[in-house]
Design a protein around this ligand. Sequence first.
Ligand code: PLP
Length: 343
Amino acid sequence: MEFIDLRSDTVTMPTREMREAMYKAEVGDDVYGEDPTINKLEEMAADMMGKEAAMFVTSGTQGNQVCVMTHTRPGEEIILEEKCHIITYEVGGLGYLSGVQARLIKGKHGAMNPEDIEAAIREDDIHQPSTSLICVENTHNRAGGTVIPMDVLQKTHEVAQRHGIPVHMDGARIFNAATYLNVPAKEIAKYADSVMFCLSKGLCAPVGSIVAGSKEFISRARKFRKMMGGGLRQAGFLAAAGIVALQKMTKRLQEDHDNARLLAEGLNTIPGIKIDMDTVQTNIVICDIGGIGIDGNEFARRLHGYGIKINGGYGASVRFVTHYGIEKQDVEKTIEAVELIAK
Ligand SMILES: *Cc1c(COP(=O)(O)O)cnc(C)c1O
């Protein structure tokens, strides 16, 4: 049975063009800086982010953690949104790997208010930790793939600059944000000193993420990546798919957004199901199923019986993610299955 897999955009498979590019890739030892395909990917990625340099990392988690390590020293404090990926899904790496403490701020649709950020920055006081980094997530996963409004991003950057604190952007899905705002990704990345994005989610590459920033930042980050076991050798095979991801797959995300909207609109008409349509901006739909009297895990189990996979485990809310390979008819089938479950 072929499942409609709406668990995540990480389930996307490499395209035929990626597989061909991987087969033919010219490679070398990247720890010596000698892999031409990695070098090409890193140059392209830096250019698309409007940064001086970029570095391939094995995962988004490794990218975020390496960036925090590079920006901070143990004993410092960093500001993050309370439901962000770094806090929720990175296995407590902040404390374990960087030895920093987290100051959490509640955001609106995942976006922290710049005034709240400014108020959370520590004073110069012998008792207090120094605030050494502000992390933003764009699009925001747990908030439903929501995009940080440009003016909020700009004000956040202004606050950071005023206090001499860098901004790191967890832009795992920055190209979804760019598609939503209809701007080049670099227009978003310019409000951050470092940015991480994933090649392996909606962009369909099999493995890998990118970290971009200044030359000086990336050269220090390379050392931390090596420390974390991320110094790869003939990684050009992976980079070859990443290059196709950047050239081709960044341009088709509107299709995923259209499918997510169609799905949300359909689900929202079903009694017992509630979706905050303001949060349906990109390829993620979070919906409250509290009104149909079963929890998310049970809901996911029943959908599985109709050949549809989603992630339960968020209490009374469930998440659907659209991506390459999900077509309009899959969305229609999903809506029909949920109608049957909700009856
Ligand atoms: C998926 C994701 C990551 C981490 O990526 P992995 O490659 O799964 O480690 C980081 N941040 C956000 C917002 C994500 O959605």
